[in-house]
Ligand binder design. Structure first.
Ligand SMILES: Nc1ncnc2c1ncn2[C@@H]1O[C@H](COP(=O)(O)OP(=O)(O)OP(=O)(O)O)[C@@H](O)[C@H]1O
Ligand SMILES: [Mg+2]
Length: 368
């Protein structure tokens, strides 16, 4: 592991909690394994063709001009490769990578210290950039645009701002919530890469690549099976691969076949669509106990014995994305696909409602 990677692990640890086997967020001890599996060059990155091509143009042009590339914003759900791409940007530019994260920057002074320590052409990676404090954000605008920070000395009426030049650098920001970034900050990025969930074929390649690096023997059908249950997310694919490998070693001859992958993932309660126990419990309660809804999320949470936040943030996003659950103005409802997933008949009086226009917005005119 390089020093960059070690620093990264330390920076990232501590503000994420561990969750289920299919959680898209990384678990504490997972980071060491992840860094071993990270592609190191743009060429090695599987999938995300569009982003790869766009990014490669930005970097090649900057190399040709012998200038630091424009600031880059990497946006997308957890586990799709934002950190990986940030490290690749620095590697492709042969520039040192400095790492920090939004939650680590609580005062503008923290950021001033980081910025004033930069050297020319450094790549500064700010993970979870949407979680930075407002004064730090404002300082960052200026730094991104004018390569300058105003260091405030003193307090009250006697305070003075001393401008400090900083060498040209490239900011790489990563965010899972681009919508939370204030416009002025978003506008100062020369290029925004939107990462998409991966196609099963790409995930299969990722599983095979990771198996090669981990020295796991696996058949194509075994790889495809793991890929299809990985929710479009490389991090989950790699995690499931490791769990299936354990199973193969202990209960079989070490080779990950279709059969072994099936048995292992059934044991870990990750179903054919990538739903885990909580996801299925939510669907089950929604359909069997509440007739498919509509029902409030708090009620659902009590019924499955979980916190409201867990249901809302852990289970729901994937259920919504899979078209199994819908958020409507009157509450959560099961879709026809949900009934089918549970092997149940849709009751004649099932309410499907009007899906809310925006995922985060449930207050909306029901008459529309
Ligand atoms: N395109 C890819 N090809 C191969 N492996 C990938 C790819 N994208 C991600 N991975 C693997 O998935 C793991 C997670 O990726 P990464 O840490 O970059 O995600 P992230 O978007 O930064 O997630 P988070 O939002 O949680 O920080 C990495 O260990 C890497 O091995
Ligand atoms: Mg990351």
């Amino acid at each position: 592991m390089t020093r960059d990677e070690q620093a990264l692990e330390e920076a990232e640890a501590g503000y994420r909690e561990s969750r289920a086997l299919v959680a898209a967020e990384a678990e504490g001890d997972e980071r060491a394994v992840e860094s071993a599996l990270r592609p190191r060059t743009l060429q090695e990155v599987v999938g995300q063709e569009r982003v790869r091509e766009q990014l490669s143009l930005v970097l090649q042009a900057a190399l040709a001009r012998e200038r630091a590339p424009d600031h880059v914003l990497l946006s997308g759900p957890p586990g799709l490769g934002k950190t990986t791409l940030a490290m690749i940007i620095a590697a492709e530019m042969s520039s040192p990578l400095r790492l920090t994260s939004g939650p680590a920057i609580t005062h503008a002074g923290d950021l001033a210290a980081i910025l004033s320590g930069l050297n020319e052409d450094d790549v500064l990676f700010v993970d979870e950039i949407h979680r930075m404090s407002r004064p730090a954000e404002e300082m960052l605008y200026l730094a991104m645009e004018d390569f300058r920070v105003d260091v405030v000395v003193g307090k009250g009426p006697g305070a003075t701002a001393i401008p400090l030049e900083i060498p040209p650098f490239t900011l790489v920001g990563a965010t899972t919530r681009a919508g939370l970034l204030p416009g002025p900050l978003r506008d100062r990025f020369g290029f925004t890469a939107h990462l998409e969930f991966y196609e099963p074929g790409d995930l299969e390649l990722i599983v095979r690549r990771s198996a090669g690096l981990l020295g796991v023997a696996l058949t194509d059908a075994g790889a495809a099976e793991i890929a299809s249950r990985s929710r479009g997310t490389p991090r989950i694919a790699n995690r499931l691969l490791r769990r299936v490998r354990d199973y193969a070693q202990v209960r079989s001859d070490g080779v990950v076949t279709l059969e072994v992958a099936h048995r292992a993932l059934d044991l870990y309660e990750v179903d054919q669509s990538g739903l885990d126990r909580l996801d299925r419990a939510v669907l089950d309660v929604l359909c069997r106990r509440f007739g498919g809804g509509p029902v409030g999320v708090s009620t659902l949470a009590v019924a499955v014995g979980e916190e409201r936040e867990t249901v809302e943030e852990v289970a729901e996003p994937f259920l919504v994305r899979s078209g199994l659950l819908a958020r409507t103005p009157r509450g959560r409802v099961a879709t026809a696909a949900a009934w089918a997933h549970l092997g149940l008949q849709v009751p004649p009086d099932a309410y499907f409602g009007v899906a809310a226009a925006d995922d985060d917005q449930t207050l909306f005119d029901a008459e529309e």
